[in-house]
Design a protein around this ligand. Structure first.
Ligand SMILES: Cc1cc2nc3c(=O)[nH]c(=O)nc-3n(C[C@H](O)[C@H](O)[C@H](O)COP(=O)(O)O)c2cc1C
Length: 368
């Protein structure tokens, strides 16, 4: 079974380990370079510890600076397929830019991952926000990106549902006698979320996806996002989960964690890359409110503006419980160095979450 449909009340996974820096913009020597062997080792640690998912970021260009952060990133469908063959429990998302990938191709690629993984594939839909990335493809951003996304997903579902070749005559896509075999094992399609913040993005998730993947600035504000998406989903007669993203510094004491956070995300931030990332996101993406750009420069260097989980295992487990109580069903985590930091996190935070009733001890359940 896809662990995204499993019993854990708070699902956990990693985000962006396929890309240089992960979510951080820092010059510390241990920074993540996303070398394949490190991606694989981190994925196996997450899989063996019983985390629920691996979620890649979709990036085509970097943010410059001293490190040329994110310029290096593995393409996400092929990355997920490779990891599907190297893991046994964990869900494997692909993050796909709708306008850049034809739905017939996406349907086949996703079905491939679903078969390689025996039903553990996931789809994270992104409509794109960065005009210069689209410029690399000779394309401009859609004005009406979510209308395209709705049609794109509809094409995939129709291809999976059809017994034979289909014609599709839409506003964005016209398919003639199209067929894809094999179809995905998961029906009607692999677990799907939409990464967005804006009202149109939320409406698309509410109408067509299983999850919204979104950011929040304070836990109080997060609760308002949850209520808003619940209202939108109810209007569509549906229920939609909400996943979010946090960057993690977990150390034996709060003081050690805070000192390291200051070291990598303030003293040794890649300041030029932070500048470029913040200004382009502020200009072109609605993924954060204006206040968060003003207040949280450290959060952008630390984890692309996501919420920080910085402290001892106990502090982090308590904050995760608050995020869960606010209504989030999953948290995608980033680390400065996933391979070095995941083992400590898994050994020390996961048992606390089991004690709190937020997660099952997967390994004990399997042994029984
Ligand atoms: C949590 C989260 C993760 C995202 N991940 C990606 C990504 O991997 N690649 C990308 O190009 N955009 C990503 N985005 C950007 C969104 O896909 C979207 O283009 C952006 O938020 C602007 O659309 P919106 O105004 O509807 O939110 C992400 C957004 C959020 C909130």
């Amino acid at each position: 079974m896809n662990p995204m449909l499993g019993p854990n009340r708070l699902k956990l996974g990693t985000f962006a380990s396929n890309a240089d820096g992960g979510l951080s913009l820092t010059t510390v020597p241990e920074r993540w370079t996303a070398a394949w062997d490190d991606c694989l080792a981190a994925a196996r640690t997450a899989d063996e510890a019983g985390l629920d998912f691996l979620l890649p970021i979709a990036r085509w260009q970097g943010f410059g600076g001293a490190t040329r952060a994110r310029e290096w990133s593995f393409e996400t469908l092929t990355w997920a397929s490779a990891l599907a063959a190297a893991t046994s429990r964990i869900a494997l998302f692909s993050t796909v830019h709708v306008p850049l990938v034809h739905p017939l191709f996406a349907a086949k690629a996703l079905a491939t991952i679903d078969h390689v993984s025996h039903g553990r594939a996931g789809l994270n839909i992104v409509c794109g926000w960065n005009p210069s990335e689209f410029g690399m493809f000779g394309m401009t951003l859609d004005d009406d990106g979510y209308a395209r996304a709705a049609e794109w997903l509809d094409v995939i579902e129709k291809l999976y549902a059809a017994d034979g070749p289909i014609d599709f005559d839409g506003r964005f896509y016209k398919l003639k006698q199209a067929i894809t075999r094999p179809v995905a094992l998961q029906r009607p399609r692999p677990v799907t979320m939409n990464a967005a913040f804006s009202p149109p993005g939320r409406d698309f998730a509410a109408n067509a996806c299983d999850q919204l993947f979104t950011t929040f600035t304070t836990i109080e504000e997060g609760k308002r996002h949850i209520a808003d998406i619940a209202t939108r989903a109810a209007a569509a007669g549906r229920e939609v989960g909400v996943s979010t993203v946090c960057h993690v510094v977990c150390r034996p004491t709060d003081a050690e964690a805070e000192a390291y956070y200051e070291d990598y995300a303030l003293t040794n931030a890649d300041h030029d890359a932070v500048e470029q990332h913040m200004s382009s996101k502020q200009k072109f993406s609605g993924s954060h409110d204006d206040e968060s750009y003003r207040l949280y420069r450290q959060r952008f260097a630390g984890g692309a503006g996501s919420f920080p989980l910085v402290g001892s295992p106990g502090t982090i487990a308590r904050q995760m419980a608050e995020i869960s109580q606010a209504g989030f069903s999953a948290i995608a985590l980033s680390f400065v160095n996933y391979r070095e930091e995941l083992p400590y996190f898994c050994e020390n935070v996961l048992p606390l979450l089991v004690e709190m009733g937020l997660r099952e001890d997967v390994l004990a359940v399997e042994a029984a």
